[in-house]
Write a protein that binds this ligand. Sequence first.
Ligand code: ADP
Ligand code: MG
Length: 582
Amino acid sequence: MSETIIGIDLGTTNSEVALIRDGRSQVLDVDGAPILPSVVGLAEDGSLLVGRAARNQYALYPDRTIRSVKRRMGEDVRLSMGEQSYSPQEISALILKRLKHAAEQQLGDAVHKAVITVPAYFSDAQRQATRDAGELAGLEVARIINEPTAAALAYEVDATQARTILVYDLGGGTFDCSVVRTGDEVTEVLASHGNNHLGGDDFDAKLIMHVLEHLRSEHQCDPSEDRAAMARIARACEAAKIALSNAPYARIDEEYLLPDRDPPVNLSLEIDRETYEAMIEGYIDETLEAVHTALKGAELTVADVDEVLLVGGATRTPLIQARLEQILGMQPRAEVDPDLCVAAGAAIQAGVIAGEATSAVLVDVTPYTFGTSAFGDMDGAPYPYCFVPVIRKNSPIPTANSEAFQTMVDGQEAVNVRVFQGENRDALNNTLIGSFRVEDLSDVPAGNVIVMRFELDLDGILKVTATEKRTGKEKHIAIDNATTRFESEELDAAKQRLAALMADDVEVIDAAATETEEHREAVKARALLEKAERLLESASAEDKEDLVDLIEAVRDALAADDSAKLGPAVASLSDLIYYLET
Ligand code: ADP
Ligand code: MG
């Protein structure tokens, strides 16, 4: 057997180690988790801490803790830690040593060689410093490769076709965007652009500021000088940020944050995704400008990009994926864990050097998008069946995601939840795979929040739960074999079954017929009828009479399939409803 060469992603915030086992790249656990924080420190008793323990003490003891050492690589500086000072290479070597040790423990064998990744923009001096760090850690650096190249390797090892790949890498404190060209057994970085001081930490900082403002206005206190309190706030904010990647709301609860105050301050705050997204939008705009700069550097345009790869933990932020999709016109790929992908690629390169057969990282993904329908805007007009994706296709499974919706009318007692599979913006052009009704909602004004959670497991079972946020009242369904493809006859049969299932609801219309203008009018009319009928209950006697007349007119036009009559009838009914609602 050839000698094992490990692959290492030596990151600014986090580092990972991977190797090839049975032809597959595998990221190894270090201290029980695949991600090792790139933080080194000295404990109270002077013993060395690397990873999570060092990271946990950073806010309390910054004098004896070093983070983000990667930013200093290649500089002729000494970094102080406790009483001593060290070169950046020495600190990096401590991180590399921990990774090497973890690999040796799991292999049961010594490891002498490594492939280490660096940012594409790293200078010769920075690359040399990285080599030196490896050597100090007892590792012969078999090769230094660029991080975006490693990411491309993780996605496709033997790229026989020439492809232009955009690698968007947003880590904890750095952003890099690279244009990579693969094919003919060479993978090269054509251009790279970024910001060495932009990343997920900045998102945390925005949330921390928000919490401090809340404490100032609600509790008349300012803990910004209190290290222990700030450490707790920082940790809670990062956790909330991560939670917001998969949920529309996150809570920050820190009891006895300031225990010495009378009364003690308990921090309890909810943050919704929209508020959070508004905080970070400026940063995202900045990264998108860098995307254009990188493309310009490669003398390419958006239209030349074949694929977009998401790298770095912060790219799990849904707004980033959405904005990139918007400007590039394609869904970015994120199926290989964004924070492990560079290490996985480094291992693949290591395997190639060691002469082992390797393949791209294989992950189980959902081939379909799942979502629900909601009232929204379609090409500038209101439309009741806009498709809202909740789990996007190519998400690695198992996966879970949730989105928030709001009731449309005051005192709305029930909502119909429809679950669709497909990609079309018009939900009625997708396949309805299930539906249910949540009843007995609270008697509150329109805007009652319903959170829809979709969970897809490895067996392809999709569980959809709707929860009324204010009460926690919930209802769910489980849909078997959600990821199995229907044959076309089966599809028709399933559609009919499902049409019967939702008989109390707007009828399901054959997908093939949905393109026409008439059809859209009819769908709109039916939705309007539904709404008008709900309004009937609360309308005054006089309004009720007008409503009934117009409902009849719309119904007659629908039944007669008379589009000349339907249009004006729908318009009048729509006006009346608008009048009744305002
Ligand atoms: P680096 O390459 O700089 O070492 P990583 O790629 O490990 O960093 O990214 C770390 C950043 O990703 C941190 O700011 C972390 O909070 C953030 N992060 C991790 N998971 C998520 C998530 N699910 N949603 C948003 N941000 C995340
Ligand atoms: Mg990274």
